[in-house]
Design a protein around this ligand. Structure first.
Ligand SMILES: [Zn+2]
Length: 460
């Protein structure tokens, strides 16, 4: 029986993850994420998925970020009816992420219609509900049978709550192969989360490479850096706008700010978490305390809630969000993380033209996004269709990232080089992916590929 991998998304790119495991005639899709970036490119790819729903037998999902799960309802709309396997925490998160995604699409479609463009949403709430029916939650370390030949086990990836390293054992009759998919690989010492688990011996590895050519700052430096940036705004009389995914970085920033205020490094200042999803995400995290690291468990035990404390406001309704336009101090954390959509756009349109304000980028900014343009120092940007001159400070703390840097990726995978014959480097733009591939070759991995979209490679 032939065993192959086909790369249908996040190949030389960071969004739209879709990897297809082909075992004989069986097709198992790993993740089904949305492509993000300029609308005309992303929309076409999200609308015309590279595989039809009816051609997929089963689906395994690594975690709930939208670039990994956001195209699931489209696949279901296109005929997918099989199970979607994920961890229990991911199952909780996916519900919220997909409903929010459907909501944003409906809103976008309405706005575009006002400007005379007719755009159908990729999917609606009913498609999301149908998708949620297919979710099968499994705990970490509980191997389960996906198809006759494929057995899967989830290990903690330490990236966001519920994120998994996917260990796949494939029985091919006379031979047995183990393929591991890193998913998005987290980092040691991230706030709240447990450290990523050790990746077990395997025959083939699919590894992410988002920061394949970068090293992050240490977490101790990050606290100091965050304190410095916020103190600068207190001095300048401006506010800090932090674009962040509702899940992950948002909670990290809140936790760090709480710590700095508790320790007296920063005075008490207002923090607004303005994304309808963030409160829900934070609540879901509260339902899975068993997945927290030791430090967070100890904080909770001591009576400090690191995510809900005096001074933090989770903004629910639109009116309250609009009122933040008058808020001239403090910190506003709002989605989306790459400034492509969501309420953060309103806050940016008010802060970008003001020299006293600061935009703090804490996550990866993909090519073509508004976040990347700000990061690259562009002086004129369009926000919500309006031109703006960039006068604010733009600061970046890539060290806040929930993705491993190249050294952390090497530390997590170098021990596999003896048995692991094939490595597939995905989820990275050309530069980082190629750089990381070279390092893996230097570390003794025999065959290292940086696949292009649609490439099919046999696993020996
Ligand atoms: Zn992720």
């Amino acid at each position: 029986m032939k065993l192959e991998l086909q790369f249908l998304g996040a190949a030389r790119h960071v969004t739209g993850t879709k990897h297809l495991l082909r075992i004989g005639d069986t097709r198992v899709l790993l993740d089904c994420g949305l492509v993000q970036g300029p609308r005309h490119i992303a929309d076409e790819q999200n609308r015309n998925l590279p595989i039809a729903g009816r051609d997929v037998d089963a689906l395994v999902l690594s975690h709930a970020h939208i670039d990994h799960c956001g195209a699931l309802p489209r696949l279901v709309k296109d005929g997918y009816r099989g199970p979607i396997w994920c961890t229990e925490a991911t199952k909780d998160m996916v519900r919220m992420m997909l409903l929010d995604s459907a909501h944003i699409q409906a809103q976008d479609a309405r706005q575009l219609r006002k400007r005379g463009h007719h755009v159908e949403p990729l999917y609606d709430e009913a498609d999301v509900e149908r998708t949620l029916q297919l979710l099968r939650g499994v705990d970490y370390h509980q191997p389960f049978q996906v198809t006759k030949e494929l057995r899967v086990e989830f290990l903690d990836a330490g990236h966001i709550l519920g994120s998994a390293i996917v260990v796949m054992d494939i029985d091919l009759g006379r031979r047995h192969r183990r393929v591991v998919f890193t998913g998005d690989h987290g980092r040691k010492n991230l706030p709240i989360l447990r450290d990523p688990e050790r990746i077990p011996e395997c025959d083939a590895l699919i590894t992410e490479s988002t920061y394949g050519d970068r090293l992050h700052e240490l977490s101790v430096d990050m606290l100091a850096e965050l304190a410095r940036i916020v103190a600068e705004e207190l001095h300048d009389g401006g506010r800090v706008v932090v674009p962040a995914f509702a899940v992950g970085r948002t909670q990290s920033v809140v936790l760090y700010l709480g710590q700095l205020m508790r320790e007296g490094v920063l005075p008490k200042l207002p923090i607004f978490v303005d994304s309808p999803m963030s409160r829900e995400a934070t609540r879901i995290m509260g339902r899975h305390p068993d997945l927290f690291d030791k430090e967070t468990a100890a904080l909770l035990k001591a009576g400090h809630n690191p995510l809900f404390f005096e001074g933090v406001t989770y903004v629910a309704d639109v009116e309250q969000s609009k009122a933040l336009n008058q808020q001239r101090s403090g910190v506003i954390i709002s989605a989306s993380g790459m400034c492509e959509s969501g309420r953060v756009l309103h806050h940016l349109s008010h802060s970008v033209p003001r020299a006293e304000d600061c935009v703090l980028l804490v996550g990866f900014q993909a090519k073509g996004t508004l976040g990347r343009r700000l990061l690259d120092g562009e002086t004129h940007v369009n926000i919500l269709g309006e031109p703006h001159t960039v006068r604010c400070k733009v600061r970046s703390m890539p060290g806040m990232s929930a993705h491993a840097d190249w050294r952390e990726l090497m530390d997590a995978t170098a021990h596999l080089s003896k048995r692991c014959k094939q490595v597939f480097v995905v989820h990275g733009e050309d530069g980082p992916a190629e750089t990381h591939a070279d390092r893996l070759r230097d570390a003794g991995f025999a065959q290292v590929y940086v696949p292009y979209k649609r490439d099919i490679i046999e696993i020996g």
